[in-house]
Design a protein around this ligand. Structure first.
Ligand code: ATP
Ligand code: MG
Length: 426
């Protein structure tokens, strides 16, 4: 029989990857708390129409990347392709728009998009994101960027991270810009890809965001030249706050998000070590979304980090999260079972401070040789052999599997000895 394999575009997160994910999630959780966010865990699937309304039906995500299915009752559902829609849905469903004038929520978890898999691009990938509701001030935009920076810095990603920031205006000033851009692109229609031609009417901004077409239009009109006074003042204030912090970022006048509910600040974060997928996160202000989903006019700003890509960037710059030290207890002979078992438990409960070592016990039904093989396969650093002969003398054999040294020591000393050795190597 052939062995089963994971579906295309998915993979198991193991070893260093899982430790890197954890590190990032831990640092993110601590940073979110510091910035006044509460954690929320929304369902991994929602009504399909939530995403077509929230993400927009002229986006790649909704047009071609959603995993759509019907449940047994025929309800149209989708695996979530991103986190914001679910959080806004929850915000409204819980009535937080009424009870909490300002609400900040963060989430982490898997997202699903039917994309062409490549390095750094998966069909199931992980995001960590935050959404801040109710604060229209430029301070909320600036704070969001600093929060992203703090998450990355505290998890160890410091080299080569770039923050690209722009303003894409609002419902007052964007329509005129849109027309100007549409006119410009219409004249160059033959240079546009099929998708961008199709979207030209409804969503011309997408062309600037298109991986193929975007770079072609270096002379395209810029939103910066069309901002209304209020949007310009908002943008200038965001930039002055960031410069006062200080925070290094690049004003990036060609950066867009092609959706109407995005307002003013948009940003993208990149890091080297990703090949062509160097975007590790993105975000911005979306003052129009809560209303679009049936709530009151509510300012909001948020972001999402791609955990898989941040983890790759961390590893590309040499990040290593060592596994815990490992102690393996082998047992052989009559009357050793209880001693071996209680020794394992003693070690597990005695370690109160510092980094916990991992304790594993060999299968008492297996030969000593098989247990040694298991210890190697598991990657043990030390092995304690509880053997019948030694035990009669109140002793065990302690092997250091790294230096290949071994000695017989009194059973009563083994816990102290191991903890001291671990303390030295940590
Ligand atoms: P891209 O331009 O790379 O397709 P996007 O604009 O679709 O990204 P967003 O929807 O803004 O991405 O999601 C935020 C972050 O999530 C991205 O910056 C990226 O790090 C990550 N991300 C998005 N899609 C994938 C994917 N298929 N696999 C892994 N990470 C992803
Ligand atoms: Mg994408």
């Amino acid at each position: 029989m052939t062995r089963p394999s994971a579906p295309r575009g998915t993979r198991d997160i193991v070893d260093l990857d899982v430790r890197t994910f954890r590190r990032l999630e831990g640092c993110a959780g601590a940073c979110f708390e510091m910035y006044g966010y509460e954690e929320i865990r929304t369902p991994t699937f929602e009504s399909a129409d939530l995403f077509s309304r929230a993400v927009g039906d002229t986006t790649d995500i909704v047009e071609k990347e959603m995993y759509l299915f019907e449940d047994r009752g025929g309800r149209p559902l989708a695996l979530r392709p991103e986190g914001t829609a679910g959080v806004v849905r929850a915000y409204l469903e819980h009535g937080w728009d009424q009870s909490a004038p300002v609400k900040k929520l963060w989430y982490g978890g898997p997202m699903f998009r039917a994309e062409r898999p490549q390095a750094g691009r998966y069909r199931e990938f992980w995001q960590i994101g935050g959404e801040s509701f109710g604060n229209p001030s430029p301070q909320a935009d600036a704070e969001t960027l600093l929060l992203v920076r703090d998450i990355l810095t505290s998890s160890g990603l410091t080299n080569g991270v770039r923050f690209l920031v722009n303003s894409i205006g609002c419902a007052v000033c964007r329509p005129a810009y849109r027309e100007a851009l549409k006119a410009y692109l219409t004249e160059r229609k033959s240079d546009l890809c099929e998708n961008c031609v199709r979207r030209l009417e409804r969503n011309p901004l997408r062309a600037l965001d298109c991986k193929g077409d975007g770079p072609k239009f270096t002379e395209a009109p810029l939103m910066a030249d069309h901002l209304c006074d209020a949007c310009r003042a908002h943008r200038d204030e965001v930039y002055s706050l960031l410069k006062a912090t200080p925070f290094s970022f690049e004003e990036s006048p060609r950066l867009v998000r092609g959706l109407d509910y995005y307002t003013r600040t948009v940003f993208e974060v990149t890091a080297p070590g990703q090949g062509s997928q160097d975007a590790i996160g993105a975000g911005g202000r979306y003052d129009g979304l809560v209303k679009l989903l049936g709530g009151p006019d509510t300012p909001a700003v948020g972001f999402a980090l791609g955990v898989d890509r941040v983890a790759r960037a961390l590893q590309a710059q040499g990040f290593s999260a060592p596994p815990p030290k490992k102690i393996f207890i082998a047992q052989a002979g009559v009357g050793t079972s209880v001693t071996a078992f209680t020794l394992a438990q003693k070690l597990r409960t005695f370690v109160k401070s510092g980094r916990m070592p991992a304790i594993e016990i060999g299968a008492s039904t297996k030969s000593l040789k098989a247990q040694f093989r298991a210890a190697d396969g598991w990657g043990a650093d030390w092995l304690v052999l509880v053997g019948e002969e030694e035990l009669k003398k109140g002793a065990v054999v302690l092997k250091n599997l790294r230096s290949h040294s071994q000695e017989e020591i009194p059973l009563v000393e083994v816990v102290d000895r191991l903890l001291t050795s671990i303390g030295k190597t940590n």
